[in-house]
Ligand binder design. Structure first.
Ligand SMILES: [Zn+2]
Length: 325
């Protein structure tokens, strides 16, 4: 499905079958010389077909189109290798570029095995097999030619003039594109309508939730009339949505404190007691990937509370356990 959302900006909806996100919004900005395509969808036959059809309907050729990838996740970067032709600029942040580089080495994926242990997932009976991870299954085939950019890098297309804004949290190098004159933000997965972006900690290197909340404050300082997000619908009340996202995480943090109460719990025990906006009735029914992401999200909240001094983290047989201070 294609619709023109602003003069010269089109949405190509790329379906994500069997995924709660339903679809990725790929944004095409028509330029006089070169077009700009922002985000791509998974590397699957369904995504490839939707993208081909979309580009064809718009009469867009990759020979004069550049790509901007808001973040490394495969529902945004999956088709890079498929789409890029010689001469295509494929821009992505330096920080996410480093993760992509590392993920070519299978030892990167062993980090997830480490997470499965430290979170208590393996102890609860979950299979320790990272090849089930969607980032592993649906990744773009090896793409070597990213042009890595940082905060402040400028990209023009048609009447639009974008500046890269670093918004770490959802991924270490997540980036939004901002056009100040048009008061327009292409937000990737930093700000979504209805769904709350997954904020996941896979290790204790960074307080990712703290980072995400700071990135929300950064965007709250900008004048924005329209947000074009990576999934679902266009947002016109950016400040209101930012406030809802802040509230969501505050409520989650309180929920985590209540769940722990006077007990000592590991991450899986907390995750299985949290409220999740999914159609499964019981934790046991969650598919492998959803259990993994829910536990990663629980971890980001537990670790944030630890950094803030509300919780204490201890280790028992390689599993991180949390209790109130
Ligand atoms: Zn996404």
């Amino acid at each position: 499905m294609i619709d023109q959302v602003l003069p010269g900006i089109y949405r190509i909806e790329i379906p994500l079958p069997n995924n709660p996100l339903k679809a990725t919004n790929s944004w095409l900005i028509r330029g006089e010389k070169r077009n700009l395509l922002v985000d791509t969808g998974f590397n699957t036959a369904v995504s490839r077909e939707a993208m081909d059809k979309g580009l064809q309907e718009l009469g867009v050729k990759m020979e004069n189109t550049d790509l901007f990838i808001t973040h490394l996740h495969s529902d945004h970067s999956g088709l890079v290798q498929y789409l890029a032709v010689p001469g295509t600029n494929v821009w992505m942040s330096e920080d996410d570029g480093q993760v992509v580089e590392a993920s070519r080495d299978s030892s990167h994926w062993s980090m997830f095995n480490g997470f499965l242990i430290v979170s208590g997932l393996v102890d609860s009976g979950m299979e320790n097999d990272f090849t089930k991870h969607p980032g592993y299954k649906y990744a773009s085939e090896v793409y070597e030619d990213f042009t890595l950019v940082n905060e402040g890098f400028e990209i023009g297309a048609g009447d639009y003039h974008f500046r890269c804004v670093a918004t770490p949290g959802h991924t270490p190098g997540h980036m939004c594109l901002y056009d100040r004159d048009k008061k327009l933000l292409l937000s990737g997965d930093h700000i979504l309508g209805k769904i709350t972006p997954n904020i996941t900690a896979w290790n204790f290197a960074t307080d990712v939730l703290g980072q995400y909340l700071q990135s929300l404050e950064k965007i709250a300082q900008l004048e924005i009339d329209t947000v074009l997000p990576g999934h679902r619908y266009i947002i016109t009340d950016c400040q209101g949505r930012i406030e809802e996202l802040r509230k969501h995480h505050r409520a989650r943090l309180e929920n985590v404190m209540d769940i722990i109460g006077s007990a000592t719990m590991n991450t899986t025990q907390v995750a299985s007691r949290m409220r999740w906006d999914l159609s499964y009735k019981k934790w046991e029914e969650f598919p492998w990937g959803q259990k993994l992401f829910a536990t990663g999200e629980a971890m980001s909240h537990l670790y944030h509370l630890t950094v803030e001094g509300e919780l204490v983290m201890t280790f028992s047989e390689g599993i991180a356990c949390f209790s109130k201070k």
